[in-house]
Write a protein that binds this ligand. Structure first.
Ligand SMILES: C[S@@+](CC[C@H](N)C(=O)[O-])C[C@H]1O[C@@H](n2cnc3c(N)ncnc32)[C@H](O)[C@@H]1O
Length: 381
């Protein structure tokens, strides 16, 4: 049975699905889901690029931030320094960080106890191979966050990949957008909210969608943050993702919502999916393409604050990486390696690229409120 058939059968027997339920199946069904079927979905051979796919430079710069966090924690962690990466895919970012730490920060390297958290068993199965000689640093590879972390919880493009609810402001008030069937075709249907948490979410933000507009409410991101914050005993969180403050995300500038699909480096078009032609892109090719939405930084940060975490900054990726020295000593040669290095930095930093769309949420627990290295960018006059 294809995933499309499986989803259609579920709708016929149980009724329309929320967008979160649809995305859960399309992305994470245990054997047919988009992320369950491959160890890594990104990069040239995949459907979209993350900063990790650009080259080892991103991980190397993060290693410098992690080294400062390690020093700030000092010897309060006698057993070593937990580095927990959530949404680790095949472990490529961890590999890049460990390569750089081994070369530039040997004390940090020796202290790292690495945990890779990843829901896809297919991806988990490839992590040791990716880590190579660093595998002894790996203490756990799991689909769950560890209970007690003393160090850093890190994630790149995790929250945007969570299944999210979608809502619309209609003349009847706030309604939820469901996925229903019209013969064999998935169609949108609005109906009463599947949970009062959706209305509460916007009330807590003191925001209302304008009539006719729609948006996503990512309850899973808030729950993840709450749980991760609880599991952090002492240390830092560093989350990189694309998103906006809530008053921007739920304003008319994003009034058509932010659900986006990626397939072979193109923002999805359903035209090549005969059953979905002309419909919303996120219904097309379930299990074969990525579906993602922008992160609400306000709600995620509030969930962290409610668990006792301090906000240490939310710089954009460009200024974060510049502060970590991205342009301090770029290789100037005309050999392929130097050219690739400079091109990678350009992709990570230039306006309109990953640098300006992505932000870095920096949080601390029981570490005071230091100005971290990644926040130290100063414009020169
Ligand atoms: C967009 S990919 C990012 C991969 C990698 N971090 C990068 O930047 O290249 C999101 C990853 O998060 C994983 N994921 C989704 N939900 C998760 C969860 N609750 N816990 C751990 N991993 C999760 C997906 O399976 C996928 O591998």
């Amino acid at each position: 049975m294809t995933l499309r058939e499986l989803i259609a059968r579920r709708i016929r027997t149980r009724g329309p699905l929320t967008t979160a339920e649809f995305m859960e199946l399309a992305l994470y069904h245990s054997s047919l889901g988009y992320y369950s079927r491959a160890p890594r979905r990104t990069g040239r051979a995949g459907d979209f690029f993350t900063s990790v796919d650009v080259g080892p430079q991103f991980g190397a710069l993060l290693a410098s931030q992690l080294e400062e966090m390690y020093r700030l924690l000092g010897d309060s962690a006698p057993d070593g320094f937990d580095l927990v990466e959530a949404g680790a895919a095949n472990g490529q970012l961890a590999r890049d960080i460990l390569d750089a730490a081994e070369a530039d920060f040997p004390e940090l390297y020796r202290a790292i106890r690495l945990t890779l958290v990843e829901t896809s068993a297919t991806a988990r199965a490839t992590q040791s191979e990716t880590l190579g000689r660093h595998t002894p640093r790996l203490v756990a590879a799991s689909d769950r966050m560890p209970d007690r972390v003393h160090g850093v919880i890190l994630a790149n493009e995790l929250l945007d990949a969570f299944p999210t609810h979608a809502v619309a402001m209609t003349h009847e008030g706030l309604r939820e957008i469901f996925v229903d069937l019209d013969e064999n075709r998935f169609v949108e249907r609005t109906g009463p909210l599947s949970t009062p948490d959706l209305a509460r979410y916007l009330e807590r933000l003191d925001l209302r969608l304008s009539p006719g507009s729609r948006g996503e409410i990512n309850l899973a991101a808030v729950t993840w943050m709450r749980d991760a914050a609880r599991s952090l005993a002492q240390g830092f969180m560093l989350l990189v993702d694309y998103g906006h403050p809530a008053d921007t995300l739920y304003s008319d500038s994003h009034g058509t919502g932010t659900l986006t699909t990626f397939h072979r480096h193109r923002v999805g078009t359903p035209e090549d999916d005969a059953d979905q032609r002309g419909g919303p892109a996120w219904f097309a090719h379930p299990g074969l393409q990525d579906i993602t939405s922008h992160v609400d930084w306000t709600s995620v940060t509030s969930a962290a604050a409610a668990e006792g975490l301090d906000l240490l900054g939310l710089p954009d990726q460009t200024h974060f990486l510049l502060a970590l020295g991205a342009l301090d000593n770029p290789p100037t040669g005309s050999d392929t390696r130097s050219i690739k290095h400079r091109l990678a930095l350009k992709t990570l930093l230039v306006p309109g690229g990953l640098g300006s769309t992505h932000h870095v949420l920096l949080l601390g627990k029981q570490v005071g409120t230091p100005t971290l290295r990644g926040r130290s960018f100063k414009t020169r006059n």
